[in-house]
Design a protein around this ligand. Structure first.
Ligand code: NAG
Length: 190
């Protein structure tokens, strides 16, 4: 039902596919050959988007996908609102290539900062597979792939309070069982 066998992160977003299809069906004053050329250019762009996502781990999270979608969509609209003098094929090549650059920019940031942010332990991060557009769990082995994240030392005044700050930046990504264990080990007093 997608009309194309190649998929990439950007195409997992239905809005983008519909945007291209709407454009093709609404563009005025072009020949049948032009129509076919534009269709071919878009299909080819999907192949390059696929390559780009595969070079960058082949997965994306919903936030990044949304950012790519909104940025490309607004660029696409702006592009066709400007006064165009080039052959329409040229203009199409330019804008879909811009889409690829937008995808690359966001994926690079996601891979560097958003994917597998755990510094210790083992994290299964829920991400979308760009080839299948299905969500699955990505295995994030950290540099220290043990289940233990070390010991955090806390000190408090007798009779006072200590706060157990269990929040690590990647806790919001935890899926499934997320139990916290702590124990109380009073030191022998001097
Ligand atoms: C995405 O899905 C394809 C097809 O099932 C699979 O071969 C590939 O390893 C998956 N990619 C990741 C990063 O999980």
């Amino acid at each position: 039902c997608l009309g194309t066998s190649v998929r990439s992160c950007l195409q997992c977003d239905r809005t983008i596919r519909y945007m291209h299809e709407d454009f093709l069906s609404s563009v005025k004053g072009i020949t049948v050959q032009d129509q076919m050329d534009l269709k071919g250019i878009i299909e080819h762009a999907y192949t390059t988007y696929q390559d780009t996502s595969m070079q960058l781990r082949g997965v994306i999270d919903p936030t990044t996908l949304y950012q790519v979608q909104t940025e490309y969509q607004s660029e696409f609209r702006r592009h066709w609102q400007e006064h165009r003098t080039d052959p329409i094929q040229w203009d199409m090549i330019k804008i879909v290539e811009k889409g690829r650059r937008i995808l690359r920019k966001h994926l690079e940031r996601f891979v560097a900062e958003g994917l597998c942010p755990n510094k210790c332990g083992l994290l299964f991060q829920s991400v979308m597979n760009c080839s299948t557009c299905q969500y699955g769990l990505f295995t994030c082995l950290s540099a220290r792939p043990t289940r233990h994240c070390g010991v955090y030392q806390l000190e408090g005044e007798e009779g006072g309070q200590v706060v157990l700050d269990c929040f690590l930046s990647w806790h919001s990504l935890i899926v499934g069982q997320a139990d916290y264990h702590y124990f109380w080990k009073p030191e022998a007093r001097n």
